[in-house]
Design a protein around this ligand. Sequence first.
Ligand SMILES: NC(=O)CC[C@H](N)C(=O)O
Length: 226
Amino acid sequence: MTARIGVITFPGTLDDVDAVRAARLAGAEAVELWHGDADLKGVDAVIVPGGFSYGDYLRAGAIARFAPVMGSVVEAAGKGMPVLGICNGFQVLCEAGLLPGALTRNEGLHFICRDEWLKVESNTTTWTSRFERGAEILIPLKSGEGRFVAPQRKLEELEGEGHIVFTYAGGNPNGSALDIAGISSPDGRIVGLMPHPEHATEALTGPSDDGLGLFYSVIDSVLASA
Ligand SMILES: NC(=O)CC[C@H](N)C(=O)O
């Protein structure tokens, strides 16, 4: 059996091609999903990739959450389907209410594009089981609205319950609360992160192949439950 991973394309999505490539490199069948089509084509997991969906109008992710495909993603996620939001995808998942908090303009108000060391804070999620807890991985960050914010009570809950998945290990680039680079849902099946694991799949083209771990992890999970 091969895991089937769906990758959504919205108008303005940039990183669907690399997400498809990463899923294939890890050994999955990648299935292209279209924003206007509510059919998830029977996939086992969904990636909401990065970019500027609907031009980031209103605010990043605010329009994409109303796309027909997102209705199906929210429904499937409610039944346990693994979902990964990368960068703009993380913003979309927060707007859709699948993850708590919000991504706001970077402290300093500049778009940041550079490789970041991330610390793996949790390896009990569907998307990070292949990593050692505490491992440091090198992943590109490229965003203007990457500063994670949430009410103090929610931040304490995320930290206390172990739902912070990645933190910035080499200094906080954007003012994100608690150095948060990525978080998960309570059951660990939904993960969102600002840096781009799909751009870190081959050491030859850089900066590392550390990103593949997320894709291997979800494939393990899908195959284990088949
Ligand atoms: N790389 C991306 O996905 C960009 C995300 C978003 N549009 C931002 O600038 O914050």
